[in-house]
Design a protein around this ligand. Sequence first.
Ligand code: NOJ
Length: 740
Amino acid sequence: MKRILSITMLLGAALGAQAAMTPEQIDAKVADLISKMTVEEKCGQLVQRSGVGLTDYMVNDIKGGAVGSLLNEVDPETVNALQKIAVEQTRLGIPIVFARDVIHGFKTIFPIPLGQAATWNLDLVEQGARVAADEASSTGVRWTFSPMVDVSRDARWGRIAESAGEDPYLSGLMGVAMVKGYQGDDLTKPNTMAACVKHFVGYGASEGGLDYNTTWIPEVQLRDVYLPPFKACSDAGAATFMCSFNDICGVPSSGNSWLLRDVLRGEWGFDGLVVSDWGSIQQMIPHGFSQDITEAAYQGAMAGVDMDMENGAYNEPLIELVKAGKVPMATLDEMVANVLRLKYRLGLFENPYVDLKTANRFYTPENLQAARETAVESMVLLKNDGVLPLAPGKKIALIGPMANAQHDQNGTWCFDLDKTHSVTALTALQDRYGKDNVIYAPGLTYSRQRDTKGFDDALAAARQADVIIFVGGEEAVLSGEAHCRTDISLPGAQSQLLAALKETGKPVVTVIMTGRPMTIAQDVDNSNAVVYAFHLGTMAGPAVADVLSGDKNFSGHLPVCLPKSVGQMPLYYAHKNTGRPASGIVLIDDIPQEAGQTSTGCTAFYLDAGAGPLYPFGFGLSYTTFDYGTPSLSATEIGKDGEIEVTCRVTNTGKVAGKEVPQLYVRDLVGSLVRPVRELKGFEKIELAPGESKDVKFTLKADDLAYHNLKGERVVEPGDFQLWVSPDAASGDPVPFTVK
Ligand code: NOJ
């Protein structure tokens, strides 16, 4: 991994990185340029347009200085031609910054971000972002709209696919790894991209898991749950932020000056660029927050949205507002400075063009290998009765709609995908086990298919085989932006097919390729082994073959709870306890007729789902087993400035090498506000040979226990705490400690 990072960074140098200017030098250049700009030229810099090709209107707008950034052009020759107009045919020659949604790979597709989070491997995630930056920048794209660090606790929400899941700490670390990968060590290198941390903020809390929906997030929750991953990315030097579509407590983010000015810039010291989401300034009109486009432009500018993505608010409306003195020139100048600063940081003034000699660097063997390694570590083994690994020579019936889905295995956000490069499970298993040993009969040709006419062939194949591999899940289009579902079970007739396959008596290995946590309890019951694979990208097939054959061990762990039922949403491990925590669970079928109202014990559980998830956050099996010793603490009593070194011996007690993710959780037993039952505070991915032990060490600072009280103060409250070092959020024995 270090090798691929250094190869691509060296390549960046060879491609002609400029010596980076100091922040002071950049500020001086920016101020000088602004002093020469007309109001029209200034507002033009704040406009991001979407377009492809050298269309007349685009050429004219660029010539007229009305385009600061262009979204979606990915042909390097066209990029250069458009850039030449900006640089050579406008009065001030300010280059355009070209942008694109490069979310989990550009051409070489990596697992969806939710899958990448399941690796719990920050090096792999950084490497994936580095590969994406190298490929995309080779077409001229220097700005990506990633990472998305929206804490996502509702599996109905299609965009959970694009997130790192339900936990603020894990989301922050994943975001930081991506920022580092995209931006590299020097943003002026032409093979880097500016990151854009999105969607600021609270988008994951959209009510009912419905995209774009309203949110109601009290400040304490905003500060403890939704803001921390953004803060982590800002601290890591992310160049840009995107504000979100949703409103929080009635204020759309594009008009929220408290968020953008007070918190982001004031408290965090962010000096990068804030871009709106697509049309989100104009959308304050249908929100019912702005009367018209002029008011929306005013509110966006005053709130601190520097650039308007595709909706015309910052052309004429903003020009007029500035000329009328309603938006102060100083405010406009700040916005323009944020845009120009990004262009200097990217080295675009010195190096505006793509080097066509090295353009279109895609699908290198190193990039494909990186995608494969990440896909291997993204997969979570949920169940294995011993059927896995599959020895060579096995006769396999390969069934299911995702087994040969060259498009769908890649998941959401693959604008630049060339599916002919995708290697499917069918191809990879044929390579691994021999063509004659793989009988392919999908049963269903796509995930939503309801008719069962293919079942007979699938069942016939199953009867001839030693083992059935069922690769199902969701097509790519069923998750992602605006693709929410109220039923998150396997779509179409997949569960029916699985049940029929079980009836054959042959062992069933189920692989779920999906963009979200799904309700698969019955499918788990109908399978001898279950692999939760997410959408794995270009190298899905080889990665699946790697783990099913046992060439590679499983090491993925869930970055989200897997629910028993959609009715549990929102579902997350770090919930509060209630005054009546679940106990004495009685399920619906066990309640006698005419039982009294209090017969179930009156605690917090569902009659038809009990309490808790099907599989907890952090969960993941492998081909080996790990034993966790009792954590030892360097101190069991600390002051508010103190820290504890927590040591836990983890031993590989199985017969093969494996990677494990010991996770550190804490609980604050009594607070001035009730605290979550567990919160993740650390983890490490370790590799152990059979029989090998390692003392895993975490430093837990008292400050890590801080949270926000109702006055908005960040406090560490004295009292009794517990900690766990465990393989998931639901196991392990608590160890007490006290903060004095
Ligand atoms: C809307 C999405 O919400 C955002 O994530 C994306 O980056 C922009 N569109 C640009 O395509």
